[in-house]
Design a protein. Structure first.
Length: 67
């Protein structure tokens, strides 16, 4: 798969099903519209977002690696 078609990039995104309430920090929220929202920025991850798609995903990956 080409890098610009991968989601999430690199090591992938972890997902959990919480069965017991817990306190935790959410570094990023991705809604059904594929807009990723962080405390400081938001990026569109939809394939229809065109040439900017890879840079949006790269920006999010860099943020999550340091959050």
């Amino acid at each position: 798969m080409a890098p610009n078609a991968q989601y999430p990039m690199g090591g992938g995104g972890l997902q959990w099903r919480l069965v017991k309430p817990r306190n935790f920090l959410v570094a990023c929220f991705v809604g059904p519209d594929l807009v990723a929202q962080t405390a400081g920025f938001s990026v569109n991850l939809a394939e229809t977002h065109g040439a900017q798609l890879y840079e949006n995903r790269a920006q999010l990956m860099r943020y999550l690696a340091t959050a």
